[in-house]
Design a protein around this ligand. Sequence first.
Ligand code: G6P
Length: 507
Amino acid sequence: MTSQSNLYLLPAGSGAQTSDEGAAPWTDEQGADLVVVANRLPVRHSSSPGDEGWLPSPGGLVSALTSSLQDLNGLWIGWPGAIDHEEPPESYGGIRLKAVNISAEEYEEFYLGFSNATIWPLYHDAIRSPTYHRKWWHTYRNVNMRFAEAIARSVAPGGTVWIHDYQLQLVPQMLRVLRPDVVIGFFFHIPFPPSELFMQLPWRREILTGLLGADLIGFQLHSGASNFSRLARRLTGASGTDSGLTFEGRDIRVGAFPISVDCRLIAEKAADPAIRARAKEIREGLGNPEFLLLGVDRLDYTKGIQQRIKAVSEMLADGTLSAERQVMIQVAVPSRESDAHYEQERHDLERAVGEVNGEYGLVGHPAIHYLHKNLPFDELIALYLAADIMLVTPFRDGMNLVAKEYVMCRSDMTGKLILSEFAGAASELRGAYLVNPHDLDGIKEAILHAMNSGPKETRDRMSRMRRATIRRDVYDWAKGFLSALQQTPHATRLRALEDPSIESTTP
Ligand code: G6P
């Protein structure tokens, strides 16, 4: 990154703050050139005996952003994930961290309430009815402002800020007011809904205006980008197209940036002899079934887990599957457990699994092996290697990285993926058996088709999916977003002010 010291000497009327010293009045002494902001920090606190302390959060996203943060004097701002805990470390794994804390009341109203009981269900096709409470909205606004202030104090003059996901939709505009000199990107990990749903939101204009504070707004799919642009034109007076809007005299880029996984890491792990031996051990432990079906999901009502269990149950009932020859493993990772919808989902799911096993299991042969826990990544890879058929059937999902992880493990071109049409991953993984997750017969037919497909069909489908996944891993995704952000009109203008030999894209 360039030295940013003179970026505060912006022309009169630019709306920016100025300072005689050339230092931002908001900035701590060592402002960061790149600030990543997400509701969660990339570390979590564990109290498990033998594993106490701060541990890295799993996942490719953290690894992908870590390398950019390390290169760019970066900082990650987020919530440490619990209300009463010791302060997180100042840095972890080479990334500087800064915590934004929330109170018990804010946990209820900002996190469980507005984020996860208003926005989450509304943006996932209203699979559960969204709840609208004015008090939750006020708390959401207050917490978003606290994030914006923390960023404003931490980012270097002319620095870059990348804000993530639905919990922080108001932050771009709030930050724009506090720090007009910085470049702001926003990325949605979850779907952005069509106007038929979004129009329900009592604060629809405020949310859109909040997002329009960014210079670049990224979505998983083009449909999210065009839903957003259309709504912004209709409700806020923004003008432009699905890829670029003008709002209050500023140009905003909008586009699709489908996220991916750390392909190389997964491929390395899938080739690791110890993990392969574990996969073999898993199959042997299950009595070497003819087919092993696998589901791995956060325990969330959007994931369609019960529907998939119902499909398997009907196949056990009509004899297409038998507990002796075909086995299913369902991993349900605990999530948002203090929310009533999630508690109910767990209850219903565990009852459904119990009923299937009671009805169709045999001594030593349960039909469905159910795990409600967070598994270590190596164990997940062993499960992906062991499974013949992977079931990913969400009712709606921004992307679904489990599908891509499974594909990256199958270098021998075996393994079949049954994938919901309503997961973002379906737009890339065309070699999957695509299903409508609401159509039970369709899921059953796809399982049957996958079971009966020969090696050529399996190989053709898997190689097609692997080509699509390898084309762009999570590092390419992060680089692609950050480089598009640097090409936005505001970023170009800032660079041109610093170095007049660079031509600005805006007049
Ligand atoms: C989804 C969201 C993330 C969220 C994660 C876990 O992937 O897109 O923003 O962090 O779920 O949910 P949680 O509520 O535990 O943070």
